[in-house]
Write a protein that binds this ligand. Structure first.
Ligand SMILES: Nc1ncnc2c1ncn2[C@@H]1O[C@H](COP(=O)(O)OP(=O)(O)OP(=O)(O)O)[C@@H](O)[C@H]1O
Length: 274
């Protein structure tokens, strides 16, 4: 049987994806589509496989079963040149996207362009200033990372992630460690850049308020699968216990708090028996 054609509006599609690190199963039969031009949030309990989803999309890991389609092509089956070509169409902003401390703001954003393109210095400078303008930091171009705040550093990292005009930008915990005002700025910026630049965004986050405020759709991962998905409004109205637990951020509910391992009894009996 021929595989089903790619979802027409999806830039990324996970189809029945199963993945584990060695013995540790992380994702099992995960399917969802990331529509073009939209902000999709991937949420769920810690250790639920959110970052792993980003790695599968970026081809840093390959699905053991199922397919991860990027613009209709299975990332897991790409050879190296195809994978590099696909990655050039993606921007990634990983947790605390570190800046090079010995390079100015301008040189940080210019770095991937100097590494990956043959563009003239003049053109690179114009592109960098445009990207810095988009994140409100054109005036900070000559500052060093030590001279800017954490929130500004995150925006510089964002400018760097969009320097090469990616079609897809993936954010891993973009709000982690930010104060509420910077968090709000970062969230609005993700939305604005998505809409102004016509990109597609995937945001992995724990932060329900900020993420629900900017996402078009939210996918909640739990127990290796998609526990729920929908618009923020649909999820807020959901009577599903897991969704309610997640939105209310209560510890009691279907999502387990403990990283899987031996039971308390097993561990402590073992201690006593020694
Ligand atoms: N390189 C690796 N080798 C082995 N196990 C890993 C590796 N990376 C992640 N894991 C395990 O896979 C599971 C999923 O990890 P992942 O980072 O995708 O979760 P997450 O949902 O992003 O978690 P968090 O919200 O805490 O960042 C975790 O149990 C983690 O310990």
């Amino acid at each position: 049987m021929d595989p089903a054609p790619p979802h027409p509006q999806a830039l990324v599609e996970l189809r029945d994806v199963t993945f584990g690190y060695g013995e540790r199963a992380v994702l099992s039969g995960v399917s969802f589509a990331v529509p073009r031009g939209r902000v999709t949030a991937v949420m769920g309990a810690s250790g639920g496989g959110k970052t792993t989803v980003l790695r599968l999309i970026g081809g840093q890991q390959r699905a053991q079963q199922g397919a991860v389609l990027f613009d209709g092509q299975d990332v897991g089956r790409m050879d190296e040149p195809a994978l590099y070509a696909a990655r050039r169409r993606m921007g990634m902003l990983f947790q605390f996207g570190a800046l090079f401390t010995d390079l100015s703001v301008l040189d940080n954003v210019a770095f991937p362009l100097r590494e990956q393109t043959d563009l003239s210095e003049e053109l690179i400078r114009d592109i960098v200033l445009m990207k810095l303008d988009a994140v409100g930091l054109r005036g900070a171009r000559d500052l060093m990372p030590a001279q800017i705040s954490g929130g500004m550093a995150r925006r510089v990292a964002l400018a760097r992630a969009i320097a090469h005009d990616p079609e897809l930008v993936m954010y891993d915990e973009p709000f982690a460690g930010l104060d509420p005002i910077s968090m709000n700025t970062a969230a609005r910026l993700i939305r604005q850049l998505n809409d102004a630049l016509g990109i597609t965004s995937v945001v992995v986050s724990h932060d329900v308020a900020e993420t629900f405020a900017i996402a078009d759709q939210v996918v909640i991962l739990a127990d290796g699968g998609v526990a729920a998905s929908g618009t923020p409004a649909e999820l807020r109205a959901s009577s599903n216990a897991l969704v309610r637990q997640f939105i209310g951020a209560t510890q009691d509910g279907p999502v387990r708090f403990h990283y899987p391992g031996p039971t308390v009894e097993e561990d402590f009996d073992a201690e006593v028996a020694r």
